[in-house]
Design a protein around this ligand. Structure first.
Ligand SMILES: NC(=O)c1ccc[n+]([C@@H]2O[C@H](COP(=O)([O-])OP(=O)(O)OC[C@H]3O[C@@H](n4cnc5c(N)ncnc54)[C@H](OP(=O)(O)O)[C@@H]3O)[C@@H](O)[C@H]2O)c1
Length: 140
């Protein structure tokens, strides 16, 4: 599925679009500048791949990042759950964490019930600022 809105746009009204699959996690927010709002305005669901930033060369070991660890402690959750709850805070966004154990699948599913408060969202915005201009999107 292409993720460039210029590519999708001409086909949207003819074929529809089930989802736009893009790399998205707390430390990779490029889609927030214009692609995510564009998809939301057209009811195109955004599917976040690598929501745990576990693949590829862009990895920054966010599971041991202090602000994420602090939040995990506060919510009695795991860093993975904090990262998934952050991705899922946006309307129209779903996440596809890859998991190869039942324990991980169940842990990740529980993130659906975790709601970060506005103070924690703001703290993550400070640690991982949203884009202020159009930028090349991360891919792996
Ligand atoms: N469209 C595209 O271009 C594209 C590109 C890359 C990936 N994808 C797709 O996106 C999905 C996810 O991507 P990804 O696997 O690269 O990255 P990811 O989902 O961010 O990370 C997966 C890694 O996180 C671990 N993990 C999962 N749940 C965990 C938990 N609760 N606690 C600790 N570790 C946990 C997994 O370990 P275990 O396996 O041990 O559970 C695995 O090593 C895949 O289905 C992939 O096919 C799409």
């Amino acid at each position: 599925m292409p993720h460039n809105n210029g590519v999708i746009s001409p086909h949207l009204h003819v074929y529809g679009c089930m989802t736009n699959q893009v790399l998205y996690h707390v430390a990779s927010r490029g889609i927030e500048f214009d692609l995510l709002p564009w998809c939301q305005a057209r009811a195109v669901p955004v599917m976040a791949y690598c929501p745990l930033e576990q693949a590829g060369t862009l990895r920054r070991n966010l599971f041991s990042y202090p602000v994420i660890m602090r939040m995990a402690h506060k919510y009695q959750a795991t860093p993975a759950q904090i990262m998934l709850a952050w991705v899922l805070r946006q309307p129209g966004v779903i996440a596809i964490p890859k998991a190869s154990s039942v324990a991980h699948v169940e842990e990740n599913a529980r993130a659906l019930t975790l709601e970060l408060d506005s103070g924690d969202i703001a703290a993550l915005d400070v640690a991982f600022p949203a884009p202020t201009s159009k930028q090349s999107l991360d891919v792996v």
